[in-house]
Design a protein around this ligand. Structure first.
Ligand SMILES: [Zn+2]
Length: 265
């Protein structure tokens, strides 16, 4: 494991830190008076426990926002990680040797150096780590800070958000983001995505933070996501360049991008 600053750690609020993976994905550390909670684990190429030690020595529980490789692949570095069961199979695929080798290839192509002491064999064979079944509505009491698990299925069936109840802050991983991918095989329908957003916007939060930028977004942006999802159509979209085999279509409205496919309408 690396003992260098592979990750960039930044304080966002007095109780919340962002940990940035060099491949532009973020995980977040919420710190209460007794415990801390790590939300997502990025690609897990560098040591997350080492990065966390910069912030706190408190015991850490790990919650995964969904099962994709850029959020779940560091889970093996911890004793256990909570994930909604609907993403277990997806997580097994995304933490497989094939996917982990893909992540390393991507890192190399981006000219990002591996962290010092990186053990390729250990990383490639690490698997999912020790997954625990996470239920919607579960509350993690970190001491003066309560983190509630919110059902945000859409991007994947098992996608969740976490709501910091004392602070009215929602963290969404990839489930509601400036560019949401709804065209993957594991994505639910656009209809289900809209219903999810309409349910979640009713919750008590003032701002939200997503998985690929640490920008603090106002709740009003959440309404933009709903509007864009309601208005999208094949005619108003352009072909999406990644994963052409899935025939993704990109719809843009008011600074929001949704990638969907005809199969998800
Ligand atoms: Zn994802």
């Amino acid at each position: 494991m690396n003992k260098t600053s592979f990750y960039e750690v930044k304080q966002i609020f007095s109780w919340l830190y962002g940990i940035k993976d060099p491949q532009n994905v973020f995980c977040y550390l919420a710190v209460g008076s007794e415990k801390a909670l790590l939300f997502d684990t990025v690609y897990g190429i560098g040591s997350l426990p080492f990065a966390i030690k910069e912030v706190t020595d408190k015991p850490v529980c790990v919650v995964l926002g969904h099962g994709h490789l850029d959020h779940a692949n560091g889970a093996y570095q911890f004793e256990e990680a909570w994930l909604h069961e609907a993403d277990f199979d997806l997580c097994r695929l995304h933490t497989s040797e094939e996917y982990r080798l893909m992540s390393l290839k991507q890192l190399k192509e981006s000219n990002i150096a591996l962290p010092g002491g990186f053990n390729k064999e250990e990383y490639v064979k690490a698997g999912t780590g020790n997954l625990k079944k996470l239920d919607h509505g579960k509350i993690f009491d970190l001491g003066g800070l309560h983190i509630e698990i919110i059902d945000m299925g859409g991007h994947t069936a098992g996608s969740i958000g976490i709501l910091a109840r004392e602070h009215n802050v929602l963290l969404t991983s990839d489930s509601a983001t400036p560019q949401v991918w709804m065209f993957k095989i594991e994505s639910l329908s656009v209809k289900e995505y809209i219903a999810m957003l309409e349910r979640v916007i009713q919750l008590d939060f003032d701002v939200f933070i997503t998985g690929h930028t640490d920008e603090i977004m106002p709740k009003s942006d959440f309404q933009k996501y709903i509007n864009a999802a309601r208005h999208l159509s094949v005619e108003k979209s352009v072909p999406f360049k990644y994963h052409p085999e899935l025939k993704g279509l990109l719809y843009r409205e008011d600074g929001v991008e949704i990638v969907f496919s005809e199969a998800k309408l």
